[in-house]
Design a protein around this ligand. Structure first.
Ligand SMILES: [Zn+2]
Length: 299
């Protein structure tokens, strides 16, 4: 019997206001607890258009039908339209996720800013952006957040140091194969990483043979690890692909898959020391943080 934990990234205002409530309805119906990471501040999605100059970005936008997934308005936020604040637009949505028992944490204050400039963001700047999200979260949920997930699977020394300084319980910043304690650029860190193990919908949807009917099976076939984690995007699985997600959940249940949370993994899984390295994944533009095994003699 395999295990699966669902992680949800909320990147945009539309994903937050439209996608999250529908995902919460679906999770309630299926009695699933998920781990949901929110972008709190400005939705600067329009600025992501800068990534058009990166290899792979245009083909991904076309393959995933980005304009209809994200909505044209979203693609203009921060450029032609002012950037709206995400969580302050309706604090009751975050509160509902919290009240319904989901693990909730910080994805970013400004997703586009952090994803595009992470290498240039100092620990102090990261902490000051995090503080804005923390204050909002605390005002809404009545306690501080204690879990984080980096936007775009980007880490840096500054981010890992900040997470350690903040004392977060665990982080989900990378792509990999099982929970671990990270070593990055030769330094060891204490905050466990719970990596995403499965490809995301936007990475594989539209590839040859992968469509609305076949994607659930592709995910099920990919669940060959002991600690499987699937990342969903509120903008996609929460809106236009909600039916596909429900089909997947039904198929998984029928096969006896057990649903867990990333936080449960952090408590139950062994945490060997593994490296985080920069690398590429099929279907995703640019480089991202990948888990890599460390030979026994170097651990
Ligand atoms: Zn994200």
């Amino acid at each position: 019997m395999s295990r699966l934990a669902l992680k949800v990234d909320v990147d945009t205002l539309r994903g937050y206001t439209c996608g999250v409530p529908r995902l919460l309805d679906l999770f309630a119906k299926h009695r699933i607890r998920a781990s949901i990471f929110f972008s709190f501040g400005p939705d600067n999605s329009g600025k992501a258009i800068r990534r058009i100059f990166r290899p792979g970005f245009v083909s991904k936008m076309l393959r995933t039908k980005a304009p209809s997934t994200y909505g044209w308005k979203t693609l203009m936020y921060g450029t032609l339209l002012p950037a709206p604040l995400i969580v302050p637009s309706d604090p009751s949505i975050l509160r509902r996720a919290y009240d319904e028992g989901h693990e909730t944490g910080v994805h970013a204050w400004d997703h586009v800013y952090l994803q595009d400039r992470l290498g240039g963001v100092s620990k102090e700047e990261y902490l000051s952006l995090y503080e804005k999200a923390r204050a909002l979260y605390a005002g809404i949920c009545g306690r501080d957040p204690d879990i984080v997930a980096a936007p775009g699977w980007q880490v840096s020394r500054a981010v890992l140091e900040a997470e350690q300084e903040l004392g977060v319980a665990w982080a989900s910043d990378v792509r990999g194969f099982s929970p671990f304690l990270p070593r990055f650029e030769g330094r060891d860190y204490r905050v466990p990483q719970i990596p995403t193990t499965l490809p995301t919908m936007d990475e594989i949807y539209g590839l040859p043979g992968i469509n609305d009917v076949t994607l659930p099976k592709a995910w099920l076939d990919g669940m060959d690890k002991e600690w499987n984690v699937l990342t969903l995007h509120a903008e996609m699985e929460g809106i236009s692909k909600l039916t596909l997600l429900e089909n997947f959940l039904n198929m998984a249940r029928a096969l006896g898959v057990e649903f867990h949370t990333l936080g449960e993994y952090a408590k139950e899984a062994p945490l060997p020391r593994c490296a985080i390295v920069a690398g590429k994944l099929e279907g995703r533009a640019g480089r991202l943080a990948l888990q890599q095994e460390i030979p026994a003699e170097e651990r």
